[in-house]
Design a protein around this ligand. Structure first.
Ligand SMILES: Cc1cc2nc3c(=O)[nH]c(=O)nc-3n(C[C@H](O)[C@H](O)[C@H](O)COP(=O)(O)OP(=O)(O)OC[C@H]3O[C@@H](n4cnc5c(N)ncnc54)[C@H](O)[C@@H]3O)c2cc1C
Length: 263
């Protein structure tokens, strides 16, 4: 967070840059969190709306494994009016966190979409592919793989729906569910797409084929909007220790099993 927006009576001067920005080559307006200095650390950050055609804004497209409109943004003394401020001065950090909290479940939903596409392709291919005088679908290993895919799809869909439901209830507890949805759905989608490639055999590795394109598309979802490791850290930090202890202590008078009975 080294990008600065130095305030003056007419507005702000924005200097610095942002890396790996989604839709940066297509957006008309960027929301930029910059250091405005109202307080220390996160208390000194503000959210600013920056039209893409403002003088001093430079867009540097980045080519990823799967083509999408990503870019680095460079701000070279960009002049912004006072009303570019979104929310209050020094209030940018909660806005950034709220956006991340909400968007994580949507990344989970996107992963689910990729995974469903892969699952449909895998099942269709397994039915049509003739092998050993029968169908690929008739092999027990194929059926087991497709059963695992189905279970993962259902689990991911339910976690995404749970997160959206918690967000709609607006009780402030949804971020942990949003992280859980993002973590599980993106990891499961990666596995499902991999299964799709595997069941297609060599055909799934052909450049431009559906399995190959899904394989490249799905990978970045486990990194952006917070990598899987970061989601685990968030979930671990949100565990309800008080509820666990109360529940545990409720059964404190139940004798512990004898050592030799434990397994
Ligand atoms: C396709 C794409 C789109 C993006 N869009 C945007 C965007 O629109 N706006 C935006 O601001 N950013 C965007 N990003 C940036 C994205 O949020 C970061 O890439 C992501 O948070 C990981 O940060 P990093 O790349 O700096 O990797 P690093 O922070 O260097 O992390 C590298 C790896 O280290 C591990 N790691 C990192 N932190 C921890 C931790 N605390 N505990 C354990 N392990 C850890 C993880 O395995 C992680 O993948 C985008 C990135 C990509 C790839």
């Amino acid at each position: 967070m080294t990008t600065t927006a130095v305030p003056d009576p007419d507005g702000y001067t924005l200097t610095g840059g942002k890396a790996w920005i989604a839709c940066a080559t297509t957006a008309d307006v960027y929301c930029v969190i910059a250091r405005t200095g109202e307080g220390a650390g996160p208390l000194g950050l503000s959210a600013l709306l920056v039209p893409a055609d403002t003088p001093g804004v430079r867009v540097e497209p980045v080519a990823l494994t799967a083509p999408r409109p990503f870019a680095h943004l460079h701000f070279d003394g960009v002049r912004l009016p006072a009303d570019a401020l979104l929310g209050r001065a020094g209030g940018g950090f909660p806005i950034a966190m709220e956006v991340l909290d909400r968007f994580r479940m949507t990344v989970g939903a996107a992963a689910l979409g990729f995974a469903r596409r892969a699952a449909d392709a895998a099942l269709t291919h397994a039915r049509r592919r003739r092998i050993y005088g029968g169908r690929l679908l008739d092999l027990a290993t194929t059926r087991a793989a497709l059963a695992d895919v189905e279970v993962k799809l259902n689990a991911a869909a339910l976690l995404v729906a749970r997160a959206a439901w918690e967000a709609d209830r607006d009780n402030g507890r949804y971020p942990r569910y949003s992280s859980a949805a993002k973590l599980y759905a993106t990891e499961a989608a990666q596995e499902i797409v991999d299964t799709c490639v595997q069941l297609h055999g060599a055909a799934g590795l052909v450049s431009g084929s559906l399995p190959e394109r899904l394989y490249r598309q799905i990978r970045s979802l486990r990194v952006y909007e917070g990598a899987s490791e970061v989601q685990r850290a968030i979930i671990a930090g949100s565990l309800d220790v008080r509820r666990a202890e109360q529940s545990h202590d409720q059964y404190a008078d139940v004798p512990e099993p004898l050592e030799d009975q434990r397994c």
